[in-house]
Write a protein that binds this ligand. Structure first.
Ligand SMILES: NC(=O)c1ccc[n+]([C@@H]2O[C@H](COP(=O)([O-])OP(=O)(O)OC[C@H]3O[C@@H](n4cnc5c(N)ncnc54)[C@H](OP(=O)(O)O)[C@@H]3O)[C@@H](O)[C@H]2O)c1
Length: 209
């Protein structure tokens, strides 16, 4: 499967690309900055230049699947949250539909809610609007909602639930593995679920969804 990774140079994105590259899929990395090419050239992963604030048809064309792992981050203004996490994500979804990339795996967040009153409500609302749009499509979508992300090595053990609200932490290793490993698991199609650190081996937890 040819898989376009959006946000591949991010801390989760790089883990996603590595896992795709170790497996049976062909990853393509959608980057904004040409200077990031070296990272992907070094592991033999092709890159395409595109920015979620502009049309990305040329990047999505020919892909079987999209993994959305981009985000405006905490250091930019609320305008970028709307432009990237909300409108940019919907742009990616619509482009996947137009370009025939049927599989769409979304990295969302615990507590994403259009009525959020959290301390980062603008972010939780943006993610929820994009997720809502994805659920309304006829794509084979999956939405994974992690808790607070951390970089320590993943245990490979997780807890998955269909309640998308709550607390918890998620290693970027486990998150990247889940985003990649669900690609061909049809039981995860058209499902949203939370993913935090837990006791169940990831593969077992994904197959039980
Ligand atoms: N941090 C948390 O605790 C937490 C919790 C739950 C969910 N999440 C979600 O997880 C996502 C991934 O987290 P992370 O820490 O791995 O992210 P990260 O390291 O900040 O990486 C974000 C990626 O998004 C890309 N990006 C930003 N704006 C873009 C645009 N306009 N067009 C294309 N790509 C763009 C960045 O590209 P550049 O390299 O070009 O900047 C970067 O590759 C977050 O964005 C958030 O939505 C985070």
């Amino acid at each position: 499967m040819k898989v376009l990774v959006i946000g591949p140079h991010g801390r989760t994105g790089q883990r996603i690309v590595r896992r795709l590259n170790e497996g049976q899929h062909d990853a393509v990395a959608m980057i904004r900055h040409p200077q990031q090419r070296d990272v992907f050239d070094a592991i033999g992963v092709p890159t395409v230049l595109a920015d979620l604030e502009y049309p990305i048809d040329h990047a999505v064309r020919g892909s079987d699947a999209v993994i959305f792992a981009a985000g405006s981050g905490a250091k930019t203004g609320k305008d970028k949250t709307v432009l990237v996490d909300h409108i940019g994500a919907i742009r990616a979804i619509v482009t996947a539909q137009v370009q025939g990339a049927r599989r769409f795996v979304m990295l969302s967040a615990l507590n994403a809610d259009v009525a959020s009153e959290s301390q980062i409500a603008h972010y939780h609302r943006a993610k929820a609007h994009a997720d809502h749009h994805l659920r309304e499509t006829d794509l084979d979508w999956t939405i994974i909602c992690p808790g607070g992300l951390f970089d320590d090595p993943g245990t490979g053990r997780v807890a998955i639930a269909d309640d998308l609200h709550g607390t918890g932490r998620t290693s970027r290793d486990n998150l990247a593995a889940a985003l990649v490993d669900c690609l061909e698991l049809e039981n995860t199609f058209r499902k949203s679920f939370s993913l935090v650190e837990g006791e169940t081996p990831l593969d077992e937890a994904l197959r039980a969804i």
